[in-house]
Design a protein around this ligand. Structure first.
Ligand code: PLP
Length: 427
């Protein structure tokens, strides 16, 4: 597609109806596709012809939405996954086998931390976690002979650390490995990680991209910029795949090697695809993404300012607030806004935080962020409850932290609800 602006791509990329075809992206709710001859279908299995044969590998609705998100990120190809968890899992598994190692930021979503620190370790993949603000010596020391990737979150959930993409990309590239970043919170509306040197982007599309709390999904996008053949670290991409007719992905697919391998191997074997209906719902969300993200950020800026001046609030973390430790990095990487998510502490600690939550009338207590409706959560007692206090500290999650995902309601209504709940909590 011609290089249109982001809002145009949100509406138009991935699907261009021809004469007389539906204007809305059709839901191809079919597991399988019919062919006139065995040879015609055989050519698809040999990856010699383009076409669909089984939805676990590819589906027209899913592909259109993946292509749209790839266009938004400025990548060469993308694949949808059944969840954000699956996107991060597959991004790592596409590069790592048992015996390999990844350098990861400590400031990442609790579910990703657990996936890496517990589940993938059980499968023999090792991780070294470094603070996103670590010194250069610590970062260098984290790399090993068997390191295959570096992983971080552009804006971390829930600690709202702004990842120094350029710094971590440079370190990864010095060691001949790619930088994978999870760009869920800013979305490509607020941050385009490929412009700063990231190689692979993942998302939980469950969040702002959907924005209406209707589907769980994920996506992986490849920039196409990383040269997999520069060293012998990635034999899965640069040597024949015995499980797929001996294809060598880098030779056959060039810049699309990473995503093609992810589909042909991981989707084939592990099968974490979204339903086409979910991809359709995600696409509806994407159509209005720039409008919604702008409004989320405006509302959040007003709420953050209000909280900062409220006597019942002990601290506020919002990278859009001048004076916030992340402000300078936010201005560099996401100058038009970070996200609608704010963290803050209620005076009186854990007990007061719980009273505050229970007193809310409009804001919903849910295990979710980035919804059109304002959502609130106390991570230490919910999403992050599997982590020890020390691990919580490592992830930057204080025990009294309230995560507030500011929605699209009239901001006066959100402020009024916070005001009355804070008064109850600290009475
Ligand atoms: N990455 C980030 C930054 C998240 O916030 C989440 C979920 O909250 C995930 C990944 C996991 O996504 P999902 O819930 O879609 O599996």
């Amino acid at each position: 597609m011609q290089d249109f602006g982001l809002a145009t791509k949100c509406l138009r990329a991935g699907y261009t109806p021809k004469n007389g075809e539906p204007i809305a992206l059709p839901i191809v709710q079919s597991t399988t596709y019919k062919y006139e001859s065995s040879d015609a279908m055989g050519a698809l299995f040999d990856l010699e012809a383009d076409g669909y044969f089984y939805t676990r590998l590819a589906n027209p609705t899913n592909d259109a939405v993946a292509a749209k998100i790839a266009a938004l990120e400025g990548g060469v190809a993308g694949v949808l996954t059944s969840s954000g968890q699956a996107a991060n899992l597959f991004a790592v598994l596409n590069l790592c086998s048992a015996g390999d190692h990844v350098v990861a930021s400590t400031a990442i979503y609790g579910g990703t931390f657990n996936l890496f620190n517990v589940t993938l370790r059980r499968f023999g993949i090792d991780f070294t976690f470094v603070s996103p603000d670590c010194d250069d010596e610590t970062l260098e020391a984290a790399f090993c002979e068997n390191t295959k990737a570096v992983f971080g979150e552009t804006l971390s959930n829930p600690s709202l650390n702004v990842f120094d993409i350029e710094r971590f990309a440079a370190a990864a590239h010095r060691h001949g490995v790619p930088l994978i970043v999870d760009n869920t919170f800013p979305t490509p509306v607020n941050c385009r990680p490929f412009l700063f040197g990231a190689d692979i982007v993942t998302h939980s599309t469950t969040k702002y991209m959907d924005g209406h709390a209707t589907q769980v999904g994920g996506v992986i996008v490849d920039s196409g910029n990383f040269d997999w053949t520069q060293n012998d670290k990635f034999p899965g991409l640069t040597t024949p795949d015995d499980s797929y007719h001996g294809v060598t992905y880098t030779e056959r697919f060039g810049k699309a090697a990473f995503i093609t391998k992810c589909v042909a191997q991981l989707m084939r074997d592990l099968g974490s695809i979204p339903s086409p209906h979910n991809a359709f719902l995600l696409n509806l969300g994407l159509e209005t993404l720039p409008l919604r993200v702008k409004k989320h950020c405006e509302n959040a800026q007003a709420v953050a300012k209000y909280l900062q001046n409220n006597k019942n609030v002990s601290w506020v973390s919002f990278p859009g607030l001048p004076g916030d430790p992340e402000y300078a990095k936010a201005q560099k990487y996401m100058p038009h806004g970070t996200s609608g998510v704010i963290s803050f502490g209620v005076k009186g600690g854990r007990a007061a935080a719980t009273k505050f939550m229970d007193a809310l009338r409009l804001c919903n207590i849910v295990t979710h962020v980035a919804d059109a409706r304002t959502c609130v959560l106390h991570p230490a007692s919910t999403t992050h409850r599997q982590l020890t206090d020390a691990q919580l500290e490592e992830c930057g999650v204080k025990p009294d932290l309230i995560r507030l995902s500011v929605g699209l309601e009239d901001v006066e209504d959100i402020l009024a609800d916070l005001e009355q709940a804070l008064a109850v909590a600290t009475a």
